[in-house]
Design a protein around this ligand. Structure first.
Ligand code: AHR
Length: 505
């Protein structure tokens, strides 16, 4: 058995937790929108064709802001195709995913769905095949009350009040050679700056996200951030980070340590942003929008799913439909821990994605919807992580990984809400063989009681929820937790994620 010790003290804080940390992402990709959130004819479909079983699960998941409509999709998207009378909307090729886009769901329909699930819209503009003018048109259409052709067009299309969209992404993954309209850091930085300046002239209240790197493994990583922020520092509020992790070549030990990579990624981007701040002599701080993160078996997409052929452009094909295992969910939980540990600088994040496409929620056409293993850590963290992140002192045994070197066997983060008296601790045990005995020093919290301890684990770390076994994996009460004088002890099984909820008595 390994051991780990943490000390919690509400006086030592990392920063306030922004609710936007629990955002997600809906892209026009595969069956995320069509046959996912929208399936007219499904037994649970509402009057607008949205599946109510999916709406209920999205609410249960506890998602704050939702990024839309892409992703790679947005870099070829003409927003005006997807508004106005549905019968008149053109059908287009989606080059990013080699699919056909029917445009039956657009800004109006998606906003209506967001109202049903209670989430905020985070909208991306196309800086791949388009530029400043089209971004300004979309902003005017969306956010101007009335009195211009575009605002009046929105009203004619059924939305009297402006959408009032606050968060805007300046394109998507423009550093990636796969991106339509891919640019160098210098070219992208210039167009992002011009677009941002124009958008702020129109609506100074908006918050803008400039594209950072598509991953920390990109050859341009670091330099991309420096150059792009060199052009845009005064114009934007956030720089984005994207990261996907997968188990490669049977190396579960390295995969379980993925959170270490996310920690380093965040800290490198913060350092780069602060370097530009120093060079500029600026008082302003740029924060991170970690607006794509997840486990994703990209190799499976490249090798199996990828669609090709000039006459083969399916509508809503099955793409990126990864079935998540317990091990995936443990890594996923550790990524949430990493985001929370950096709550002072990561003030927005989007789990990519939400339904069917690398998603916590799966659906079958005319059939059921179910929770994947990753649903559980997200829902519980979103519900319990309120207030501030505490500066946790963690001492843990370590192990060696092929990819990330020597890393702690246990990772943890704690949150504290002075208003409600709730303190939560989220932990992972990365060992594949040993329990971890955890001792948490809570003396500085005063008298507290244990409200709940839930653990995700399984004798088969590759067990998953599937159409035929929709409740195969889930959370279990961890009965090992015990309250002593000024301490809580608990045992974490191998390859597990745990949430401990405490409350001031
Ligand atoms: O989330 C799937 C894809 O991953 C997105 O479209 C793109 O931005 C990223 O490469």
């Amino acid at each position: 058995m390994s051991t780990a010790r943490l000390t919690l003290d509400p006086h030592f804080q990392v920063g306030a937790i922004n609710r936007r940390l629990f955002g997600s992402f809906v892209e026009h990709l595969g069956r995320c929108v069509y046959d996912g959130i929208y399936e007219p004819g499904h037994p649970t479909a509402d009057a607008e064709g949205f599946r109510e079983d999916v709406i209920d699960l999205v609410k249960e998941l506890g998602v704050s802001a939702i990024r839309y409509p892409g992703g790679n999709f947005v870099s070829g998207f003409r927003w005006e195709d997807s508004v106005g009378p549905r019968a008149e909307r053109p059908t287009r090729l989606d080059l990013a995913w080699h699919s056909t886009e029917t445009n039956q769901i657009g800004l109006h329909e998606f906003s209506s769905w967001l109202e049903k699930v209670g989430s905020e819209l985070m909208l991306a503009v196309n800086l791949g095949t388009r530029g400043v003018a089209e971004a300004l048109d979309l902003l005017e259409y969306a956010n101007l009350g009335n009195g211009t052709a575009l605002a009046e067009q929105r009203i004619k299309n059924g939305k009297r009040d402006a959408f009032g969209i606050k968060m805007w992404c300046l394109g998507n993954e423009m550093d990636g050679p796969w991106q339509l309209g891919h640019r160098s850091a210098d070219d992208y930085g210039k167009i992002a700056s011009r677009t941002a300046k124009g958008m702020r002239q129109l609506d100074p209240s908006i918050e803008l996200v400039v594209c950072g790197s598509s991953s920390a493994q990109m050859p341009t990583f670091g330099e991309w951030e420096r150059v792009v922020l060199g052009h845009t520092y005064d114009d934007v509020d956030y720089i984005s980070c994207h990261a996907y992790y997968e188990e490669k070549d049977g190396d579960l030990g390295s995969f379980l340590a993925s959170g270490v990579n996310m920690d380093r990624f965040i800290e490198s981007v913060v350092a780069t942003a602060d370097h530009v701040k120093a060079v500029n002599g600026s008082d302003k701080t740029i924060n991170i929008s970690f607006d794509e993160w997840n486990v994703w078996y990209i190799d499976r997409f490249e090798g199996v799913d990828k669609i090709t052929g000039i006459d083969n452009w399916p509508v809503a094909p099955r793409l990126l439909e990864d079935a998540y295992t317990v091990a995936d969910a443990v890594v996923f939980g550790s990524l949430l821990i990493s985001l929370l540990k950096h709550a002072d600088r990561v003030t927005s994040a989007s789990l990519a994605q939400l339904v069917n496409v690398i998603a916590p929620i799966m659906t079958e056409p005319n059939g059921p919807a179910w929770r994947q293993s990753t649903f559980f850590p997200f829902a519980l963290t979103s519900r319990l992580a309120t207030g501030v992140t505490l500066e946790v002192k963690l001492e843990a045994d370590s192990y060696d990984t092929a990819v990330y070197g020597t890393v702690p066997l246990v990772d943890a983060v704690a949150t504290h809400d002075a208003t409600s008296g709730a303190t939560s601790v989220f932990l992972v045990n990365r060992s594949q063989t040993e329990d971890a005995l955890i001792t948490i020093d809570i003396a500085a919290l005063g008298p507290v009681g244990i409200v709940d301890v839930q653990t995700l684990t399984d004798a088969d770390v590759y067990a998953a929820n599937t159409l035929d076994a929709r409740d195969r994996v889930g959370l279990e009460v961890n009965a090992s937790a015990a309250l002593g004088t000024g301490v809580v002890t608990l045992t974490l099984p191998p390859v597990s994620w745990t949430a401990l909820a405490l409350r001031t008595e």
